[in-house]
Design a protein around this ligand. Sequence first.
Ligand SMILES: *Cc1c(COP(=O)(O)O)cnc(C)c1O
Ligand SMILES: [Zn+2]
Length: 412
Amino acid sequence: MPSVISLRCRECGREFEPLALHVCDFCFGPLEVAYNYDEIRSTISRASIEAGPRSMWRYRDLLPVGDAVPIDLGAGFTPLVKADRLGAHLGLKNLWVKNDTANPTGSFKDRVVSVALTKARELGYKVAACASTGNLANSVAAHAARAGMDSIVLIPSNLEAAKIMMTAVYGGTVVAVEGTYDDVNRLCAELTSEHPSWAFVNVNVRAYYAEGSKTLAFETAEQLGWQVPDHVVVPIASGSQLTKIKKGFEELAKVGLIEGSGQVRISGAQALGCSPVATAFAEGTEDIRPVKPDTIAKSLAIGNPADGYYALKVIRETGGGCAAVTDAEILDGIGLLARTEGIFAETAGGVTIASLCKLVENGAIHPDEKVVVMITGHGLKTVEALAGTVGPTVTIKPTLDAFDAALGSKLP
Ligand SMILES: *Cc1c(COP(=O)(O)O)cnc(C)c1O
Ligand SMILES: [Zn+2]
């Protein structure tokens, strides 16, 4: 693995061997993968990437794995859709939707899991484990099945039915925990020390896991013709994805794939019922106060976000904003995206669209900026949230008369 130098502490800068470590044993800061960009720059090119697979693995030179065969279900290289109808509705001239509902298990988590499990297998692990708000569970169970690894997945017991089923079907061990995600996560931290032979994708191999999110930035730039957008809007759960999107754009500049510095304004999106980062942003503080989540956006319901502090810093440093939206606004956001662009997103997507609306309204996003919104999960995963809000236009007897009586005057 020539291009990865080390794991580097984000706080004190100390370097560690690239093993299954996630915190600095000197200052307890989080570790992040460090690369040798000069070396990568000398081998990578737009042409070499464009000749690669039509998946996130076309960027493997910028991912923390060696020559290993990836554990790959085809994650990534999802459509970047020019969203003219949604843009017109919002008064935005240049709006794109990164449609990550198109991933193999229906969410962006396939990106991070494909990297985490590939690395875990390279490090000799045979068991994949995680704490999840739902989508990570789906993806870990699926990728473990593909690799012939065992999986142990812990989820809050109140998750949406589809997310539980979509995890269990792959045959791993699914543990429903009576508590919030933060309770589940605490239990997982304890299990990590009890079971050193398990690769916990969001604990002991988290540094590698997190790198997978950079591919959202890589693909966005490539799909815009090797240009960075002016502004991206990103949903926040732990905050990891948001920070890695920044890292991804900057790396493209460092290895010479784009002009300029890779500087993009990055805005965050949260549900009001779980908005510790948006609250700190609004209050102008660096302190993120943990909350007890209460929102239909369960995939984003992390009350004590591990990377919240760093996400907030990225938002402020890049000149972005951060919105928090109500459950009713989330449902409106899902409907608006579906009706204008034909994309059905889960509640996290509703959070992102509703936040986009707010950020445009309050002037954080300018009408002529090139804006990309990250739509990170598929709507079929959270149909419960829409119960009672959508259904048949009419229900009729199977006759022409009944059809005409119900709809005759309303048809196009
Ligand atoms: C996990 C998740 C996110 C955000 O994840 P971070 O923990 O902030 O990296 C966004 N959208 C969906 C649908 C998710 O499942
Ligand atoms: Zn440190």
